[in-house]
Design a protein around this ligand. Sequence first.
Ligand code: PLP
Length: 437
Amino acid sequence: MKEEGLLYFNRIMEALKKHHEFFQTAIPLIASENVPSPAVRAALASDFGNRYAEGYPGERLYAGCRWIDEVELLGVELAKKIFRAPFADLRPISGVVANLAAYTVLAEPGDVMVALAIPHGGHISHGKKSWNGTAGRVRGLDVVRYEFDYERFNIDVDGTRRRLEKDGGVKPKIFMLGASVFLFPHPVREVAQLAAEYGASVVYDAAHVAGLIAGGVFQAPLDEGADVMTMSTHKTLAGPQHGMVVSTEKYAEQLKAVMFPPLHSNHHLHAVAGVAIALAEAMAFYHEYTRAIVKNAKALAAALHEEGLSPLYEKYGYTESHQVLVDVSRFMGGRDAELRLEEAGIVLNRNLIPKDYELKTDYRNPSGIRIGVQEVTRLGMGPSEMKEIARFISRVVVRGEDSKKIRREVAEFRKNYTKVHYAFSNVTEAYHFIEIK
Ligand SMILES: *Cc1c(COP(=O)(O)O)cnc(C)c1O
């Protein structure tokens, strides 16, 4: 048994190291990911991850929490300052759980929630029961969709108001905002007005854009009328995989009461420490980091256009976020583009684009790809590197060059970008495998 255990152990360690080697030599463009700082990674490897601290910091039901309390309270203080929120809770262990907490506080099973449909950029955690979405399947909410303006890739508030009136009798309890395909700020003020007409709450899911909001480049949902803002802490906010919720004072006690005991027992304290560090980095560096992200996203879109690809929404400057949406259907399906680019060491994902809604394209092979530049920006890349990346993508997708050949060039290109930027320490390389012996 000892021998067999060792064989498994070696295979697992080998795969971990191979993964690190791959990311050290690839171009990471998945819009929902990022690389945290070495300090965040140190927090993840710390003893915090072996402890419990049930309850809100300062009101714990566990012993041994002195330093854990201190770190979590500092994180709460940072979150309140950065998001200008009266209340913050760092306990949700993911963005989905943060949403579930909001649903639990703001609505009862059977209540109606208005949210974006998934092909319009909505997230599965906002989804209805028949899609196996969290809101419908787990909390029992009846989810109806916003009318969507394809022309501007945004929520059509007036259209939604008219439809809700026409459907008379539908009384939403929650208006959900935020998305996974998220190019332009959402009309929070207009939706908050509509919500007020129904006495409903507004939740803003900032999973993708939390870092951009922290840096002040996207929008300020709580200032614009959202009651609760949920988020993941590992997308444009480059912390560990975790979640967070901030809100107005009104919902503070209820959110606290739902985070523990109903939704968590332990809340991943090593990740909480990582979030606190990421928030300190956000305070210090995100003014600069997020402006570089948006500049790079626009530069990449323009360069892709030059290279013969079709990034969408040129008329509106392509994007105001970290994402670019590209129609690749003239060349191949989104699935093939994703696979061939991955072979070339360019990691991004296929995505539904607006025309797929009308074409009823199979979601497994949509017409587009989604690109996020937050991670390459963190590696220190700027507009001239965006041009090189656009060229690599075009050689695979437009010119059909051999992916294996490009793979070698991509690895060579990556050699100059090995450190994390916008962090207090970056001695350890971004994707270095840290061995604790
Ligand atoms: C990624 C994402 C989530 C889920 O976050 P996890 O932290 O993975 O649970 C929720 N909402 C939106 C809009 C997302 O894009």
